[in-house]
Design a protein around this ligand. Structure first.
Ligand SMILES: [Zn+2]
Length: 283
């Protein structure tokens, strides 16, 4: 072999190796930790959605697992002593850290939590995962801990103890404030904004082999929104047009429409293989 060919081959092998390191082989799971007792009308979740049709609402969070020991959650559910959850009619509740055992992981194995937005059913559970580093949008954080509580602020779905625990983690150096849209925060994992479910909620794109999966969380509450391109009602977004535009964008980002995962629709569990009672694998 001549020398320049050898150098070329060596470069090729090294760059393939680097590329492989850059995009870990992620596995993606949805974990259901509670439901609502009764189906609710679609109109409760979708602007101009039908009153006569109902949708079954579940509460979940998501796990992104690589093969090197990094275990990332998208949202964290909530703890079982939360008054807001009882008031909301949350039913068949299992604490998120016990659901996690069904995947073979323990709470202490979780290295990161990407918080899509700070509503109680998504952020309250962060304290259940003692070693996790938290990723949240900077504007969402600032609004959550500040302006939301001023005279014209909107703090629906926010709970005082969640603010205190998030500030506590931040002063302990365990929070990264992500500054805006289209950011690769972890190799192969990008976050996007624009839906404004909260002040600046984010959704997550996971590159898993050749698949591109969008974990929309509450940037799409239920499938009906995505099917009809309709926003959430006014209490579900600060920007109805932005909410629809974000769904259009998700369609261009995901490798197929089934890889766009809404935040609360029970139909999700019929679309993917079950690995246990409360866990499906998205693949
Ligand atoms: Zn929400």
């Amino acid at each position: 072999m001549n020398k320049s060919l050898f150098v070329l081959l060596a470069i090729l092998i090294v760059s393939i190796h680097i590329a492989a390191q850059k995009t870990p082989a992620y596995e993606i799971y949805a974990l259901k930790y509670a439901t609502l007792a009764n189906p609710t009308p679609v109109s409760a979740w979708v602007l101009n959605g039908p009153d006569k049709d109902s949708v079954e609402i579940i509460f979940m969070y998501w796990l992104i697992k690589d093969n090197l020991g990094r275990n990332i959650l998208v949202d964290a559910g909530c703890s079982n002593d939360l008054q807001a959850a009882k008031d909301f009619g949350v039913y068949k509740f299992t604490r998120p850290d016990s659901i996690l055992l069904q995947t073979g992981l323990k709470a202490a194995d979780i290295t990161d939590i990407i918080v899509t937005h700070p509503h109680w059913d998504h952020i309250d559970g962060i304290s259940l995962f003692p070693n996790a580093h938290i990723w949240i949008q900077k504007q969402d954080y600032n609004y959550f801990v500040g302006e939301a509580w001023q005279k014209d602020g909107n703090h629906g779905g926010f709970v005082k103890r969640d603010i205190l625990q998030l500030v506590d983690l931040n002063v302990s150096g365990k929070v990264t404030l992500v500054d805006g849209d289209d950011k690769e925060i972890i190799p192969g994992i990008k976050v996007y904004t624009g839906s404004r479910h909260t002040y600046n909620s984010q959704y997550v794109l996971v590159q898993s082999g050749n698949d591109k999966v969008i974990i929309a969380s509450d940037n799409i509450w239920v499938y009906y929104s995505l099917e009809k391109m309709l926003p959430a009602p006014s209490y579900g977004t600060f920007d109805a047009k932005g909410y629809v535009a974000a769904m259009q964008r998700m369609k261009t980002l995901a490798s197929k429409i089934d890889f766009i995962i809404p935040g609360h629709d029970a139909q999700l569990f019929a679309k993917f293989p079950k690995i246990s009672a409360d866990v499906i694998r998205i693949k």
